[in-house]
Design a protein around this ligand. Structure first.
Ligand code: SF4
Ligand code: MG
Length: 344
């Protein structure tokens, strides 16, 4: 299938007084039309910064310092490198909201308490589509119905604070979908919601994706959500990608020790209960003090001393579309141990 988004070796760094924070440091992924890639990892791993980088929404002192973000606006179109566009450019502003839509964790925070749902709609839609106020309103009503909001006409007059969190998130999704985006980026969109509402929203997104063929990048720390919605999974740790592959393979045969640790702590997979990412032995190191070698070596039960704490682990490919960044699978690295010893 044609890819909608291809991120190549993305690096987003923050220059702080205390040093350089490599918030995203070499992320590559691609999302075909109609498919969902889940980006998963503990908080601070760089998932949200990855999303914001794609959208050109990284605030200073952060900056995309390297990489490509190839985005295909429409099927068959030539990909555009978003990383090469100025984040304030008209072109990128048009793509954002028009061709790439976004939904964030706190719907309340994205809606103004001063405006009704209808006013939000008219505002958002008219920015991007050439519609009259009435047409924008009608589109709003039909989309509210589409996302399962009862009494849509009546809800157009409601203020956000008169709606539940789940209802607000539906409103946000309706607004996001108004322009028929090729890509939806959702950053923990269901984290603040109760389990039942979460499940409904996930079903809704899957349904809408089926209908429209939009690609989705879904950021979450919740492996239950991943199991439900992902086609592909990208596991991140300290700004780097440690493993990626098709969801079934990741769940049934995780290669990377970090992925394994994450999965081992889900006691009730498949029973409908969700569990959050557990705390794994030790602490995530501070991003300013990223350990040398493998970033996970300070917490890894399989770490090989003298190797993992010294050398960047190689990216090893399994089959056609799986990768893990760990020395354990690199036989050459162990053989290399011998070669690396000085011979003269
Ligand atoms: Fe563990 Fe070493 Fe693999 Fe890193 S490279 S995950 S420390 S075994
Ligand atoms: Mg986040």
């Amino acid at each position: 299938r044609e890819t909608v988004l291809t991120v190549e070796d993305l690096r987003t760094h923050f220059a702080t007084d205390d040093g350089q924070v490599r918030a995203v440091d070499g992320v590559s992924l691609s999302i075909p039309r109609g498919k969902t890639v889940c980006v998963v990892g503990e908080s601070g791993c760089g998932k949200s910064v990855t999303a914001r980088s794609i959208l050109g929404l990284v605030d200073p002192p952060g900056r995309v310092v390297d990489g490509h973000i190839w985005f295909r606006v429409a099927p068959g179109a030539e990909p555009v490198d978003l990383a090469a566009l100025d984040s304030r450019s008209e072109r990128l502003r048009r793509i954002r909201g028009n061709d790439i839509a976004m939904v964030f964790q706190e719907p309340m925070a994205s809606l103004s308490p001063m405006y009704t749902v209808g006013q939000h709609f008219v505002e958002a839609v008219r920015l991007h589509l050439d519609l009259s106020k009435d047409e924008a309103r009608d589109l709003g009503i039909s989309l509210l119905r589409r996302v399962g909001i009862p009494n849509a006409e009546h809800r157009m007059e409601a203020y956000p604070w008169q709606l539940s969190g789940g209802m607000c998130q539906r409103v946000m999704i309706a607004i996001a979908l108004a322009c028929g985006p090729a890509l939806l980026i959702a950053d923990e969109p269901t984290t603040a919601l109760d389990v039942t509402t979460q499940a409904r929203i996930l079903d809704l997104l899957a349904e809408l994706q089926e209908e429209t063929g939009m690609a989705m990048m879904f950021i979450t720390h919740d492996l239950g959500v991943v199991a439900e919605i992902a086609d592909e999974v990208v596991v991140m740790y300290l700004g780097t990608m440690v493993e990626q592959g098709p969801v079934d393979e990741i769940f049934h045969d995780p290669k990377h020790p970090y992925t394994r640790a994450l999965l081992e702590s889900i006691p009730t997979m498949g029973s409908g209960r969700r569990s959050r990412l557990p705390s794994i032995r030790g602490q995530v190191p501070h991003p300013l003090n990223r350990p040398p070698g493998c970033p996970f070596h300070t917490r890894c039960d399989s770490a090989v001393r003298g190797v993992c704490d010294v050398e960047d682990p190689p990216t090893v490919t399994f089959g056609r579309d799986r990768r893990a960044r760990c020395v354990l699978y690199d036989t050459a690295a162990f053989a290399g141990q011998v070669r690396r010893t000085p011979t003269t």
